[in-house]
Write a protein that binds this ligand. Structure first.
Ligand code: UN1
Length: 481
């Protein structure tokens, strides 16, 4: 941390406010490349942001659906028009490949387009009362001031899918992006202001979780908190926010299974696992990390998968030939290596990968690691790694595969590769998870349908699509005669 007046400022009450402290935003593909300097806030900055949000709220609650639509739609158009530039910034600060970065920017733009429409579609119900002469109206109201805390692995899409519905349904926001990726977050807040968002409706306070994040969780004037991050932090977030009686939604980790049955199309299965386990450097809560394979296809599948992933081109995120970018930072890299060591010690066989690769820039380039001969009770199959590491578990038949798939504390996304309608339908119905994928990767989801899991993966209502209103609105029931 150092003091710097060139740093990108926090944005509070519509004003650009530089703080004395700033952090450097590094490029994980090239640690000598500093993406920029970004101000960091503190509890006082959060206080100021909450006060600004509070005073902007009444005006925003009364804004017409057309006014909200126009602002969100205009922001969407600018995000989409700047796909290449923002995609580059995203790849540069987070380390996913340029096509992945651009894809994420488009997704963020489409989220804003969708949610612009949601501002117009906020229906209620009118019902006759069970008592004579009385009318019942059920409507949805804004919740108030929302605290939004986002992770580093989707620097623009996750902020978009929390901020867009918050604004569409008439809430004001205090937003803290992950300290590793303030760049896209800053651009997004800037875009929304230039699209006409009134001052104070959306406030950006950058900085570290234990200071800025904690101040958001504890603030008595924040009515609801939406968080995405690790399971450990997520549980503490839920406990803290619920204890003061505020609304809370947390999207946390996964230990997502992908089942490969004897009757699977081999190419489909290999592609789904290569993508689901390793693309975006495996840094997705929806990544497949437990690959559950039945006896009859096990050896063929393992050989084909090993060939496919050992050829993946790992390198600088902005190079055109790169398929897998670097691990985001040293801490995550050490965590990945630690789990590779744990898996080895538990008796897993490292089929391929797991080593640090030398490239002509300095970064944490990790060859995707695949283990075989693992069992579901090993730590490698119980704890989230959040890196390019996956483990194969061999099972006898579909019933055992389903049982192993469901034997986890998590429950976000579960996949299966099969050509059998019977097994596909059974799996859709019985997999214990919020999302089920048949012959498609566990990661990489649509923006217009609900996203979320069960058990240790998620807490509170679903995100995205029309379901987002369950969190970002409160229901009111009015009786009149
Ligand atoms: C996806 O797989 O397309 O943090 C989205 C995460 C999730 C989002 C995954 N909340 O990885």
């Amino acid at each position: 941390m150092r003091s710097h007046n060139e740093a990108k400022p926090n944005i509070i009450g519509g004003e650009w406010i530089s703080s004395l402290q700033a952090v450097e935003n590094f490029n994980p593909s090239d640690l000598s490349d500093v993406v920029g300097l970004y101000s960091t806030g503190d509890a006082a900055a959060v206080d100021a942001a909450v006060a600004a949000a509070r005073s902007a709220l009444p005006g925003w609650v009364l804004a017409t659906p057309q006014q909200r639509f126009n602002i969100l739609d205009k922001a969407a158009a600018e995000i989409l028009a700047r796909e290449e530039e923002l995609g580059r910034l995203l790849s540069r600060e987070e380390g996913k490949t340029l096509p992945e970065g651009r894809g994420e920017v488009v997704r963020a733009g489409m989220v804003f387009k969708y949610m612009a429409g949601e501002a117009l579609r906020n229906p209620g119900d009118v019902l006759p009362s069970v008592r004579p002469g009385i009318k019942v109206e059920v409507t949805r109201e804004p919740v108030g001031v929302i605290g939004i805390i986002t992770p580093w692995n989707f620097p623009i899409a996750i902020p978009a899918w929390k901020i867009a519905p918050a604004l569409a349904y008439g809430n004001a926001v205090v937003f803290k992006p992950a300290e590793l990726v303030p760049g896209c977050a800053w651009e997004l807040v800037d875009i929304l202001h230039r699209a006409g968002l009134p001052a104070g409706v959306l406030n950006l306070v950058m900085g570290v979780g234990r200071i800025v994040g904690q101040a958001i969780l504890d603030h008595r004037d924040i009515d609801a908190v939406s968080f995405t991050g690790s399971a450990g932090v997520g549980r503490a977030v839920v406990a803290t926010v619920a204890a003061r009686g505020a609304k809370v939604q947390a999207e946390m980790g996964g230990k997502n299974p992908f089942v490969v049955l004897d009757d699977a199309d081999l190419d489909v299965a290999v592609e789904a696992v290569a993508n689901g386990s390793f693309f975006s450097t495996g840094q997705r809560c929806t990544a497949s990390s437990r690959i559950i394979v039945t006896d009859g296809i096990h050896d063929r599948f393992l050989a084909a998968l090993k060939t496919r992933i050992s050829r993946l081109n790992v390198g600088h995120a902005l190079r055109p030939e790169t398929e897998i970018g670097p691990v985001v930072d040293k801490r995550q890299f050490e965590q990945d290596l630690n789990y590779i060591e744990i898996a080895r010690n538990e008796g897993g066989i490292l089929e391929t990968g797991g080593e640090l690769l030398k490239r002509d820039t300095q970064g944490f380039f990790l060859q995707p690691a695949l283990f075989s001969a693992t069992t579901n009770d090993m730590r490698i199959n119980r704890e989230e790694v959040f890196g390019p590491v996956a483990a194969v578990i061999r099972v006898k038949h579909y019933d055992e595969a389903l049982q192993v798939a469901s034997d986890t504390e998590f429950g976000l996304s579960a996949g299966i590769a099969t050509t059998s309608i019977k097994h596909a339908e059974h799996f859709k119905r019985h997999a214990r998870s919020g999302m089920v994928m048949v012959n498609v990767p566990t990661a990489g989801v649509d923006y217009h349908v609900p996203f979320g899991g069960i058990r240790g993966s998620s807490y509170g209502p679903r995100e995205q699509g029309a379901y987002a209103k369950e969190f970002y609105t409160n229901v009111k029931t009015a009786y009149s005669m």
